[in-house]
Ligand binder design. Structure first.
Ligand SMILES: [Cu+2]
Length: 763
């Protein structure tokens, strides 16, 4: 729609709203901009039942297998000594902060390392005392162990955490819930919540402002006959009102908890109307992880492979438990046979799945550690033992990066190499909770985005470290930098394609502050560093990061919750370098034109499905000849992926510079439509269902460059949805930032995507 049509629509909608809007606005929850309120230290018994009991047992007696690495035993840790045990105290502190280390073997992922972000120093001291000493100093009774946490007074509502949507499920006893919705817990006076984690990795229940936070809760079914893996939340622990809570590791897992004086709002459904297939085919294959594909029996997950030549697809069902991020490369088995494989990190589990790229056969899964997140191979180097690619997997919930030998680890049923970490050195233990990973061109260094630490790290795959206690290892974190923003989920690199380069520009996308941090990295041996650089206005925000939204523009630029940012490959000849940013909660992607030094030059917004999540680049067939790329973007809450033509963007930018661009390419020129149902539709149009222009949600979205949407597989009969409470921008006077209770499709749940063959610098 052109600007005048858009204004007309806005005026019409504004008129329709009438008095409804007033009621709506006064009823919507306030946007909470208050700083994080530090909650008090958790009671050691409660912290223990959530984070420790699922391996060490309800009373601390040990003797159970770790759920994070199922062939290692958890020892007895509750003792009840009455004399000082300074060495034992030191061992406990080390184990909690670093995870266990064995001389000769190195670190393992059997016990995760917990950062100060999830167990504070004072909580750790209280926990250590409580476990080691007898009352009155501690809480442990010799031969009996530690007591369970005090059950709160009142009426219990059990909320289970699950590996499948709806993610959080109440037991139906919240009698005040007018919708009888298991994802929304509506408390009456005197109620309290028992949160039980039935998922196979860490999860949390955390309020948006951080006031309420259970911390990591382990897998309760690891010891089914004991009461483990739970946490109590009483009304004073909660934020007053109808509030969103989410899992800090998996932010799309959300529930609402409503305190007795408040009431929940009706739901809204929304979805972008898909385009047809892209008119021009591309090259190679697009591998998409259908993270929540319903296999009937067994855990969620499938992989769909799209042939870019004709957009036909192959589905591999029954892969993993929420395959989140994948990559392709070569691996060698114990007999020396080399295969081309794809490895997927199962993010709601402890495993990685291996698939043969050529036969499309799912070869199996192997354990790597808690909440395995992203996978990548090192470009340009081979494993000295196998001659195949070197594979690295971030373990967000174990605080390690695991090098994998996919086909050998599959047979061994465990990682054959120790994970990368270090107990001391330049900065002590590595930054907490690495999620995204991206390699520099020489294959010897990579960057991680450390989500809960709000930092980015530079790692070496080869550098050796040792400490005063005689611990040693190969591969380590070399340096960290603050993001200047919040919740960095992924990292990317302005790859040069030149293996000898030592200086790079790298990035993190900060989901919590809707911006992109830019860093300079130096890998000169002995001088390795990562330093955030300032992006000046008008593209930079107050923190000096690239701002994805700009409220001063007309039409307004709005992008919310960037999940991944990736830079187009260096070997394109039909277009320049572009960063594609997937914005989960604003129906769009941001495409940033980058200069030769990797700094931003211009920002463009294009329509995307709801839940835009992951991006990868595959070869296109440019109209103008040469080498060009499509950006393939997954949409978690739609059943299609979206395709963007970078060569077309290049040509349209040239036309725009000469004042000759078609109106559709101008800001706000996008013609796509979205369907809105339920509460927001009623408020906007007076009808229960409305088709609206995409520019209602993404006002400055441009047309043409988004060239098509490719359907994803959905299991027959699957109509599952997931609950999200998010800020949505509605470009109508009186609305603007609006918090909606959303009920979104989650049948494919696509997040991770990679293109095969891999682009430069991998080949
Ligand atoms: Cu989670």
């Amino acid at each position: 729609m052109n600007p005048s049509e858009r204004n007309l629509f806005r005026a019409t909608v504004a008129a329709t709203i009438g008095t409804l809007a007033l009621a709506f606005i006064s009823a919507q929850p306030k946007i909470d901009n208050s700083p994080k309120i530090a909650s008090e230290d958790r009671d050691p018994a409660l912290l223990y039942s959530a984070s420790c009991s699922t391996c060490h047992g309800a009373r601390g007696g040990g003797g159970y297998f770790s759920w994070a690495i199922p062939y290692r035993w958890a020892p007895e840790i509750a003792h009840g000594y009455s004399t000082p045990q300074p060495l034992l105290e030191q061992r406990y502190r080390f184990a909690v902060r670093n995870g266990p280390y064995r001389h000769g073997d190195g670190f393992t992922n059997a016990m995760p390392a917990f950062g100060r972000e999830v167990i504070s120093d004072s909580e750790l001291e209280a926990l250590v005392r409580w476990l080691i000493y007898a009352p009155p100093i501690g809480g442990a009774v010799p031969s009996e162990g530690v007591p369970p946490p005090q059950r709160p007074n009142g009426r219990e509502i059990v909320v289970s955490i699950l590996d499948e949507a709806p993610w959080f499920m109440d037991d139906g006893t919240d009698v005040r819930d007018p919708f009888n919705d298991p994802r929304r817990v509506v408390l009456s006076p005197g109620d309290y919540i028992k949160v039980v984690n039935r998922g196979k990795t860490w999860h949390t229940v955390t309020s948006a402002n951080g006031f309420t936070d259970t911390g990591f809760i382990g897998y309760s079914a690891n010891i089914p006959w004991e009461e483990v893996g739970y946490y109590y939340l009483t009304i004073p622990d909660l934020v007053p009102g109808a509030q969103k809570y989410y899992c800090k590791l998996h932010p799309y897992m959300q529930l609402e908890i409503v305190t007795p004086e408040a009431d929940p709002m009706p739901l809204t459904r929304a979805s972008k109307v898909p385009l047809g297939l892209p008119p021009r085919g591309g090259m190679g294959e697009v591998w998409v992880g259908l993270q929540t594909y319903d296999n009937g029996a067994g855990p969620n997950g499938a992989i769909q492979i799209i042939n870019a030549a004709d957009w036909s697809s192959t589905l591999i069902p029954g892969v993993g438990n929420n395959p989140h991020n994948g990559w392709g490369g070569t691996a060698v088995d114990w007999y020396g046979n080399r295969r081309r494989v794809s490895v997927w990190a199962n993010w709601h589990d402890i495993t990685a799945s291996v698939i043969d790229i050529d036969t499309k056969e799912h070869l199996g899964d192997f354990p790597v550690g808690a909440a395995s997140a992203h996978v990548m191979t090192a470009p340009g180097v081979v494993d000295p033992i196998t001659g195949a690619d070197r594979w690295f997997i971030t373990l967000m919930g174990s605080n390690k990066v695991q090098e994998a030998l996919p086909l050998m680890d599959l047979v061994s049923g465990m990682p054959n190499l120790p994970p990368i970490s270090q107990a001391s050195g330049l900065l002590g233990q590595p930054a907490f909770s690495p999620h995204g990973i991206w390699f520099l061109d020489n294959g010897r260094y990579f960057i991680t985005a450390n989500t809960l630490a709000n930092t980015a790290s530079l790692y070496s795959t080869d550098k050796a470290w040792s400490d005063e206690q005689g611990r040693a290892g190969v591969g380590m974190e070399l340096a960290q930098a603050s993001t200047g923003g919040r919740t960095p989920l992924a990292a990317s690199v302005f790859n040069s394609g030149k293996r000898g380069d030592r200086r790079y520009t790298v990035y993190t996308n900060n989901a919590g502050t809707d911006d992109i941090s830019v860093y300079r990295v130096d890998t000169t041996p002995g001088f390795e560093s990562i330093v955030r650089v300032n992006v000046p206005p008008p593209l930079g925000n107050a923190a000096g990061n690239i701002a994805l939204s700009d409220p001063m523009m007309e039409p307004m630029r709005w992008a919310h919750m960037p999940i991944q940012c990736a830079v187009s490959p260096p070997d394109a000849s039909a277009h320049g370098r572009y960063m594609v940013v997937c914005n989960k909660a604003s129906f769009n992607v941001t495409i940033i034109a980058l200069g030769d030094n990797g700094m931003p030059e211009a920002i463009y917004t294009f329509p995307c499905g709801l839940g835009s999540h992951g991006v990868s680049f595959g070869r296109s067939n440019p109209v103008t000849g040469g080498k060009g790329y499509y950006a393939y973007v997954t949409n978690t809450f739609e059943n299609y992926i979206s395709v963007y033509d970078l060569e077309l963007l290049e040509r349209l930018r040239k036309l725009e510079r000469r004042g000759m661009a078609p109106a559709e390419f101008l800001p706000g020129g996008a013609q796509e439509r979205a369907m809105v149902r339920g509460h927001a539709a009623m408020m906007l149009t007076g009808e229960m269902e409305a088709e609206v222009p995409i520019t209602l949600f993404s006002p400055d979205a441009r047309g043409l460059v988004h060239v098509g949407d490719i359907p994803l597989a959905v299991a027959p009969g699957d109509a599952r949805t997931s609950y999200l409470k998010e800020h949505v921008m509605i470009d109508v006077p009186g609305f603007h930032h609006t918090v909606l209770d959303l009920d979104l499709k989650t049948q494919s749940g696509a997040m991770g995507v990679f293109c095969w063959p891999l682009p430069s610098p991998w080949r």
